[in-house]
Design a protein around this ligand. Structure first.
Ligand code: ACM
Length: 709
């Protein structure tokens, strides 16, 4: 048995290694196993598809037709009018899709598929509809071209996810995110085999779904921006058709100001309430708050929350959840339960008396009581409960799942208690980390013990929306979330960061083709800045900027007079519109790393061309700056980019000549470069470390992580 296991491990390692030496593909996530054959399947105009499946599997047929049209458009070959609507016994079609069981996506369901591509045919087989949908995405990603035309490499892929829960959370409450944007995110999720869209539907700033039983929730809690029930039903169907389950979150007992605007009777403290941030972000002296002020407010302010001591609260929630349970087929409803500091409870004498009467030692015990009551209500409506880590207590029912977001100790505690867990710690997209930080997330261990396998369900990327809105949310989420999708789908052994970045930017382009607006929004925002003038000179600079990492940017934003939590606060500063992980930086970094290893002349030329572009860009940029209001930051970045480029060119000359620079020269350049690291408007140049690499003849490794505060 042991020998067999070792042999399997060897085979497994061999396929992973083989994948890296075989033809490069743009697959993301990488499959579980992939063995290349010889030759390729050439796509021709007579490309036909046969489906062998349940004739009533409408989700499958729609997905096959979508993939077929994607290939039709990509190749431009005019496949013809074929519309695949029924079982087809043909064995001669170019692509044969065989599905054993009509079974759409479900948590923990079979998502495996096998794809066999030979020069003669493409065969996709899956046990379920969900698996087939993933296989179709793989076919689209494998399709590539040379001067002869479009083709797929000959390969056998056996694929299945490592984790059953591969989610993306979008906060549609702080800033409302319209349906078309949510749908585009669903398209992107499907392309990278994610399967859960967690919608954070309510928070202090907004209540974003129509309740027919309690219409004052949206009437007084949304400022008009919410999804109607008709829209939600359509969205759920749209997601189902793409293999994605929508898990709704109704955050409680804290983060509930927007509910209390229409229903102050639910509150632990008398109102009135208006939807908006849970505490004011301006100090009493009128100045913006600092980090310490904010941290103090989080723990000490009497933030709005439900009154858990009143039976009427549970009667309300019972009816509300009954209504919502009917809209969402998801087995789970998320109840938030995060960041309730208990201050509003302590200061209410009736609640204090309730705690005393029920022998509750502190507000944690009261929160545990609330969570238990709500989970019982959800069970009555045939739903399981999920919440953020603060819902954990040793009193937590075993069927409640825990989403770890801040303190990794909760993962161990919940697992030991027998609760399922889901990891978002290390996957927060709103803290401006490069993709590799999420990719190497240590909160997802390389091996999960056999006993924890069933409980460790997976993870979720999380995009909070204090500092994003409909115009920049796609630039924030994509393509970085694809690296998280790979971490949750692919074997732990898939962890080559440079190769991840190569594929990440290929996927970014695929998502752009699909209609995702991450690249479009960035370019559109730059055109807005230049009032429609040519953005190329500006892009030379903004392409190599990154927002400062951690919560500093969000805090800077939400403490400004027009706080980011207001729907209409424009998020149009440079740090709002740039990508978090610069593609130009990643390409430049790879060139520098390769050159320092190989001293290869072609790589040296590529670096020189890039440095010359940076050195000379001001000729075109300066006239453009005359037409951009408040362009001092861009001007400063631009001047620093020239300083950095000049240092890089001198260093490159030294390296090319094989000349060891003097210690004095290195110090002088290091000092110059230090000044180019200055942050303006919560952004900074992101290629200085690489220039320092040229100066020092050694590229510093990137840190595993960066501080959040
Ligand atoms: C959270 O970020 N408060 C779950």
């Amino acid at each position: 048995m042991k020998k067999l296991l070792l042999f399997c491990l060897f085979l497994y390692a061999a396929t992973i290694t083989y994948a890296q030496t075989a033809p490069l593909t743009n697959l993301m996530p990488m499959p579980k196993s992939m063995v290349f054959g010889s030759g390729q399947f050439n796509i021709k105009p007579n490309f036909t598809v046969a489906v062998k499946a349940d004739a009533t599997d409408t989700i499958l047929y729609a997905a096959v037709n979508r993939a077929y049209q994607t290939l039709n458009r990509k190749t431009g070959l005019h496949f013809g009018q074929q519309y695949i609507t029924q079982n087809d016994k043909s064995d001669t079609a170019a692509l044969i899709v065989t599905v054993k069981q009509k079974a759409p996506a479900q948590l923990g369901g079979d998502e495996s598929y096998t794809l066999t591509i030979t020069p003669k045919q493409i065969n996709l087989t899956a046990n379920t509809t969900a698996g087939a949908l993933h296989g179709l995405e793989t076919i689209v990603q494998l399709t590539t071209s040379n001067s002869q035309g479009y083709y797929l490499p000959a390969v056998t892929i056996n694929d299945a996810p490592r984790f059953q829960w591969r989610g993306l959370m979008i906060d549609v409450a702080r800033h409302f995110i319209p349906l078309d944007v949510v749908k585009r995110n669903i398209d992107a999720m499907a392309a990278v085999k994610m399967n859960v869209l967690h919608l954070h539907l309510s928070d202090d700033e907004g209540f974003r779904i129509e309740s027919k039983i309690y219409p004052d929730l949206q009437r007084k809690g949304s400022l008009g921006d919410y999804y109607t029930q008709v829209q939600i039903k359509d969205l759920v169907k749209y997601a189902q058709a793409r293999g994605i389950i929508i898990v709704p979150e109704f955050d409680m007992p804290g983060h509930t100001t927007s509910w209390l605007a229409g229903h102050p009777e639910l509150a632990a403290a008398p109102g009135p309430y208006q939807p908006g941030p849970r505490f004011k972000m301006t100090s009493t002296n009128g100045k913006p708050m600092g980090l310490m002020d904010i941290m103090k407010m989080i723990t000490t302010a009497p933030t709005p929350s439900f009154d858990p001591s009143k039976e009427s609260t549970y009667l309300f929630l019972d009816r509300f959840f009954g209504e919502m349970a009917a809209l969402f087929p998801s087995p789970y409803i998320h109840i938030g339960a995060d960041e309730n500091n208990g201050v509003a409870w302590k200061t209410n004498p009736a609640i204090a008396a309730f705690m005393k009467k029920n022998n509750m030692a502190d507000t944690h015990a009261l929160q545990a009581y609330f969570v238990k009551r709500v989970s019982q209500l959800l069970a009555k409506h045939h739903k399981k409960t999920l919440g953020w880590e603060e819902l954990f207590s040793t009193d937590l029912p075993k069927d409640v799942a825990v989403q770890v977001w801040s303190n990794p100790a909760y993962a161990g505690k919940a697992l030991a208690h027998g609760n399922k867990i889901l990891v978002s710690k290390g996957f927060y997209l709103d803290v401006f980390m490069p993709a590799y930080v999420h990719y190497n997330n240590t909160a997802i261990p390389e091996s999960i013990t056999a006993e924890n396998k069933a409980l460790f369900t997976g993870g979720e990327a999380a995009q909070w929306s204090e500092a994003v809105d409909k115009d920049n949310i796609e630039t924030r989420i994509w393509p970085r979330a694809a690296a998280i999708a790979e971490r949750l789908w692919s074997p732990a052994a898939v962890k080559d960061v440079p190769d991840m970045y190569r594929r990440l930017f290929a996927i970014s382009n695929q998502l752009d083709e699909l209609g995702v607006q991450h690249i479009g929004d960035y370019n559109r925002s730059l055109r807005r800045l230049t009032s429609g003038r040519d953005i190329a000179p500006l892009k030379t600079v903004t392409d190599v900027l990154a927002p400062i990492k951690g919560y500093k940017k969000m805090f800077a934003r939400i403490t400004k007079p027009a706080g980011a939590s207001y729907q209409t606060a424009p998020l149009t500063a440079i740090s709002d519109i740039i990508f978090v992980d610069s593609e130009v930086k990643r390409r430049f970094r790879k060139l520098v790393a390769d050159y320092l290893q190989t001293k290869d002349a072609t790589t040296e030329q590529a670096i020189r061309i890039q440095l010359m572009l940076w050195k000379n860009h001001r000729t075109a940029l300066e006239p453009l700056l005359q037409n951009i209001p408040n362009s001092a930051d861009i001007d400063a970045f631009s001047k620093n980019l020239v300083i950095a480029a000049n240092a890089g060119l001198e260093a490159l000359d030294n390296l090319k000549a094989g000349k060891a620079p003097s210690a004095d020269w290195i110090k002088q350049k290091t000092d110059e470069l230090a000044t180019t690291k200055t942050v303006y408007g919560e952004a900074g140049l992101d290629i200085i470390v690489e220039i320092e690499g040229l100066v020092n003849g050694k590229l510093a490794a990137e840190p595993a992580d960066y501080p959040l505060f």
